[in-house]
Ligand binder design. Structure first.
Ligand SMILES: N[C@@H](CCC(=O)N[C@@H](CS)C(=O)NCC(=O)O)C(=O)O
Length: 212
C-alpha cells in the first residue's frame, strides 16, 4: 500500500533511522532500505543529505531529511492508523516530548555509548530519564500519552532497543527505581513495529560502533 516510491537511507545502529522505520512499519507501507557507511559517505548521499546525516527518505525523487520531519510527513501521507493526537494541545505535548528526547536524552546516551565523560553523562541521562518517568505517571495507559501508540513512542523506542547494549557496556542500572519508565520500555519492546524496525544485529552493531 503506497502511492509513492519510498527509499530509506540508513546506518545500522542509528536510532533516528529506527524512529522512521517504526513509523513506516506502523503505517504498513512498502519501502526500500539501503545502508551506507558513515565513515565513507558516498558522493550521491552527500548530494541529497545537506547535513551528511541519515535518515534520508527519498519520496519518489524528493529526498527528505530529519527524522521528525520525515515522520510527520508520513503521518500526513498515510493518515491511518493515526499516530498523532487530534487535539492540538495533546499534539503539542507529543511534539514537545519528541524534542525533549532529541535534546536531553540522545546526547548523553550517545556519549555514554562511546564512553565519553561516562560519570557526567550517566548523571545527565539519569536525570533526564527521571523527568520522563514522572511525566509517564501523569498519563495512564500503555504508551507515552495513553493507550494509542504514536509518533512520540516511535522516538522513545530506540532508547529501549539499545538497552541490552547499554547493559553490556555497564550502564544498565539507569532505570533503577523508574518503574513507569521500565513498564513503558517493556510495552515498546513488545510492539511488532518496534521489533520489525530493529536492525537484526543491533546489539552487536552498537557494541562495534562504541569500540570505534
Ligand atoms: N536530527 C537528525 C539526527 C540524525 C543523526 O544524527 N544521524 C547520525 C547517525 S545516528 C548521522 O548520520 N551521523 C553522521 C554524521 O554526523 O556525520 C535526525 O533526527 O534525523
Amino acid at each position: 500500500m503506497s502511492d509513492h516510491d519510498l527509499h530509506l537511507i540508513s546506518f545500522e545502529s542509528c536510532p533516528y533511522v529506527e524512529r522512521s522505520r517504526i513509523v513506516l512499519e506502523e503505517k504498513g507501507v512498502d519501502y526500500d532500505l539501503s545502508f551506507i557507511d558513515l565513515d565513507d559517505k558516498p558522493e550521491w548521499f552527500l548530494e541529497i543529505s545537506p547535513r551528511g546525516k541519515v535518515p534520508v527518505l527519498e519520496v519518489d525523487d524528493t529526498p527528505i531529511f530529519e527524522s521528525s520531519v520525515i515522520n510527520e510527513m508520513l503521518e500526513e501521507l498515510y493518515p491511518e492508523p493515526a499516530m498523532f493526537p487530534q487535539d492540538p494541545v495533546s499534539r503539542a505535548e507529543a511534539r514537545a516530548w519528541i524534542v525533549y528526547n532529541s535534546d536531553v536524552l540522545m546526547g548523553p546516551a550517545y556519549l555514554l555509548m562511546i564512553d565519553k565523560n561516562a560519570d557526567e553523562n550517566r548523571e545527565s541521562l539519569r536525570s533526564g530519564l527521571e523527568r520522563v518517568d514522572q511525566e509517564l505517571g501523569e498519563h495512564p495507559g500503555r504508551y507515552f500519552l495513553g493507550d494509542d501508540f504514536g509518533l512520540v513512542d516511535a522516538v522513545y523506542a530506540p532508547l529501549f532497543t539499545r538497552w541490552e547494549a547499554m547493559t553490556k557496556l555497564g550502564h544498565g542500572d539507569l532505570l533503577d527505581g523508574l518503574d513507569e519508565l521500565r513498564d513503558y520500555g517493556h510495552a515498546l519492546l513488545e510492539r511488532p513495529s518496534v521489533q520489525a524496525a530493529r536492525y537484526d544485529d543491533l546489539t552487536e552493531a552498537v557494541l562495534a560502533y562504541s569500540e570505534g
